[in-house]
Design a protein. Structure first.
Lengths: 114, 115
């Protein structure tokens, strides 16, 4: 039973295309996140949702649009893909947002834009 | 703004030996949490250990322990009896307990355990 599952694991696409990455967690957590890990392994938060409400929205281009249909799902849609969007995108979840919460990560989705 | 610095991009250690990974951070907060996460080649990040800033006692999880020096803003990870399965990227992370609850990650240390 995968706790946080992301699909697809790998995505190769052309510049200008639109793509989506899906994330689902079966832990009963109320908070979900999207992180981006660049080629140098730097991990940075993009978005966070708590009970389907957007809590954190970092300085991410508005080509990126998260959507949380319910507490267990957080999808990421990317419009007009650019070369610089190539990265590994991690979904994560936690129970609550206070400092003691531990993130449970998905296995990541590697996006390659050609 | 908080920052987390891991000054060792890469390290290696012989199997069964002990290794220490460094992490320093900068914050004006008094209460916060610190974490070490591990990312093996399979890519999935998993929690190694967690420390609450108001606790003076260093956290320990089996072979993993931390040396938390609050005044020096230092949070190093010690891995004892290193195993091949410890080969991974290790990320230090900071989270404050007020305002926007978001993790700040360091740039990672790639650890290789040698047979």
């Amino acid at each position: 039973d995968t706790a946080v599952s992301q699909t697809p694991k790998y995505l190769v696409t052309q510049m200008g295309n639109d793509k989506s990455i899906k994330c689902e967690q079966n832990l009963g957590h109320d908070t979900m996140y999207w992180y981006k890990q660049d080629s140098k392994k730097f991990l940075k938060i993009m978005f966070s949702y708590n009970n389907k409400e957007l809590i954190i929205n970092e300085t991410v281009p508005n080509r990126f649009s998260p959507k949380s249909p319910d507490k267990a799902h957080l999808n990421l849609h990317i419009n007009s893909l650019e070369l610089g969007d190539s990265a590994v995108y991690f979904c994560a979840s936690s129970q609550g947002m206070a400092g003691a919460n531990v993130l449970t990560f998905g296995a990541g989705s590697r996006l390659t834009v050609l | 703004a908080q920052t987390v610095t891991q000054s060792q991009p890469e390290m290696s250690v012989q199997e069964a030996e002990t290794v220490t990974l460094s992490c320093t951070y900068d914050t004006s907060e008094n209460n916060y949490y610190l974490f070490w996460y591990k990312q093996p080649p399979s890519r999935q990040m998993i929690l190694v250990i967690r420390q609450e800033a108001y606790k003076q006692q260093n956290a320990t999880e089996n072979r993993f322990s931390v040396n938390f020096q609050k005044a020096a803003k230092s949070f190093s990870l010690k891995i004892s009896d290193s195993q091949l399965g410890d080969t991974a990227m290790y990320f230090c992370a900071f989270m404050r307990t007020s305002g926007t609850y978001k993790y700040i990650f360091g740039t990672g240390t790639r650890l290789k355990v040698l047979a």
